[in-house]
Each structure stands twice: as structure tokens, then as C-alpha cells.
Unconditional design. Sequence first.
Length: 477
Amino acid sequence: MVPADEDGRLMRTDLLADPVDGLDEALGAVDAFDRALVAGLLRPQPAQAAGLAALAGAVAGTPLASLVAEAADKAAAGAAGEDHLVALAAARTALMGAVHDALTDRVADVTGRPRAEWSTPDPDTTAGDGPGANVLAAARAWLCDLARAGWHGIDHDLVAAAAPVVSAMLPDTRLRRQATLLDGFAAELAASCPGATLDRVPVRRWADLWTRALLLTLPGATPAPTPSTVTGRLLPLGVDVQEHATAVQAQVHAVLEPSDGTAPRLVRAAVSAPKPDTVVGAGLWQLLRPRMSLLGAAGEGRAMELDAMPVTAEGDLVWDDERARPGEPADAFATARVVLSAATDPVTTPLDRHPARIAVPVLLEGYGAEHEEGGTLTFTVAGHRLAVDTDRVPTAGPLTPDAVAASGACLGLLRWDAGEFVLQPLAVETTVRKKTVAVHAGAWAGGTTDKLGVRAEKAATDSVTVLRERAGKLLRA
């Protein structure tokens, strides 16, 4: 039986495996351009010229057509200027945005949920004269030098040229987004220098980072957000944890029930923090918990009452603990079964439209779980298979791949990865001693009495204490 919500609306998992018209062609043009960046655009070879032509051909029926055609010709001749490279980046972004839109349309067909509509903000006519224009131009020049050198042509001198640009950006909070992206990209490249010795190049990833970084340096690319405010009840669904060697982020996905009686909507609230590489597992919550009270509520299975909380058009809450207070107990699975089907999905800003950004909360029930050859876990729903990405299950909580495999209901994020839709579990219902229990990835966000969680938090406390003592000694020296 295909699972249905209380309104009788079906979760059409059969649609997830159906081909999407034009998807392969768009991604093929993107891949062709990405391969051209590997060897660089200083002295392009015929294969690279073909990749550039493929990108131009893919946008031939759009307003970008003439601009990109000229840019492709110039780049194929090794004479691409900054404007030409920006045009090529814009064309690639447009194609990835089209892929994003096609996939989100398919997800909307699967879930049957309504979607919010994007409202184009008024352009900022003063953006080009604002603070940071010079440093953004320097960042753009560095990124153009990267494209000419190519990933096989990077060396330490070229990559190191990003450092003063990042240092100049960081003091300006309005440029923090660009600075973080540029710094992380440069760090990845530095770890791979010299490029000529690379056996494997992350072609799609580096092209994604290069394209995004280049467009974010343009005047007006990141206008100051003008959030509205919302008042109502916030019902957490689950917590997505993203961990890197030097930083960690927790993003709470939730349903907001506005107090004015309007339709419920899906929203997110994120908190991030720098971290030492010795703090892992449940210890991560020590870094994040003091920064956002919502984590405690999500971990305890409790709603929060919001009062004039700022929220962006994309559904991101600009969290302020002063505007929130704990509410009544709220079970995430009950929320998903009763409210999720009617909640409006948020929109995505034009520059953020990319398949990797797709993360849509869904509830699956009545499936069969089995491991495919190679160890991949799949859920079979009404005869249709859906891959489950258990690698995304964080070690900072009690949810494990074994618990996911033994579950009967799963609350997760529908994503698109490596050419297919996959499910990232946030929580599951499973049977323990003949009783149905819920296991959440973010169950330890507000604290825990679990032995493993307590041990990990103690280890993190010891690590942070030692690091603070060492930092204090260095400052006193």
C-alpha cells in the first residue's frame, strides 16, 4: 500500500525514478564545460573548445545566448576576459538552476504540497558603489586567474594569492559569506597543490565552487536581506548536522503554524560554530547548544512559541532567543502525519538554485528495508525503491544505520545526489521490546543521559578546556 496522509494525498514515490525531460542534456553541457576548466582556458585544446560550445548551445534559446556565444568563442581562442568568464559562469548557473527547478517540480508532484512563490526584490542601484567593491574586484581577478590556469595548473603561489583578499573581506560582515566561500575553496586547492600531480580532480565540486564564488563577487549579488517577522508555534521535525574539520552546523527543519491562522509553512533555523578537530560526535552540541535554544527544544521533543521572529523569504529563521520560549511537548512524527502534508514548501533564491540545495522534509511509512549489493540501504515503497543515505546520519546522536534499517517509519530529507533521489534519515520509528520508539538524529542536542553521549560530551569538555588553557598561555606569553 502506498502511504497516505490524513487528507488522502499520496506520497508518489514511483515518480522519483521517472526520467526528467531535458535533465541529462543540461547536465551533459555542464559536465562538458567543467572538463574544460580542468586543463584551464589559457591555451584551450579542441576538446575544451567543444565543451565551451556545448555550454553556449545549451543556453542558445535564452536571453543569455549572444553573450555566452561570444564568451565561448573568446575563451576557445584563449582570449577570455573577466566579463567573458563571468558570462560562462552565469550560463552554468542558469543550467544548474534549471535542473534544480525541474527536480523540485518533481518533488512537488511526489509530496503534493503547495509551494511558496518567489517575489523579485527591487534592485539595489547603489550596490556597485558600496563598501567592498575593490576587494570583490580583487577576488574576481583571482578567480579568473584560476580558470585560466585550470585545476591541473594550480600551484601554491597562485592559491596563496587568495589569502590577502580573504583577510580584507573578513572585517566587513556584509562580505563574510564571500570570504568564507573563498577561504574554504582556497584551502581545498592548497591541499591539492601542485595540480599537475593530481590523479583525481573533483571536477563538479570545484566548478561549483568557482562558479558560485565568481558570481558572488558581482555588485548586488548578495543584497541585504529584508526579513519579515512571524509569530506562532514552531514544531521541530528534525536536525541535520553538517560537520567539517574546523566548523560544524546544525539546521533544524520545522513546521511553523502562524498565529494569524494562515497556512502552516516549512521553515529552517541554523546555527554554526568553529571547532577544533578534536571535538567530534556528541561533543559538537557543546559548541552549538549555547547559541540557539531551539536545539534544546528539538532534542526534548518540544514546540516553541515565537514572537515576531525574523524570517527570510526563503524560510530561514533569523534566530533570536529573546523572541522564543519553550512550548508544549510536540512529537515530530505526529507533526509530520497531521500537519506536514499541508505545509507550504519554501522558495529558493535564484542564485542558490542548485540540485545540491534540495533538502525536502518527507515522511515514509509502510516500506520494506533491505541492503543492495554493495551495502546501500534501500526502502521499497509500493514496489518502488528509494536509496537511503545512511552516511549522512551524524555520530552526534543515537540514530544509527542499523536503527534505520530496522525501522517502520522514517522522517527524513529528500535529496538529489549522484543522479538520483535519496533519503537522508532525520528520525525513525522502530520496535524495541515490542514497543514502538522514536530515535532522532538530534536527540542529544539539548543534553543526554545516554552513556555514549555523556562520555563524548565529557571528552569534548576536556579537549576544549585544554585548548583554552593553551590559548591563554600563548596570549600571556
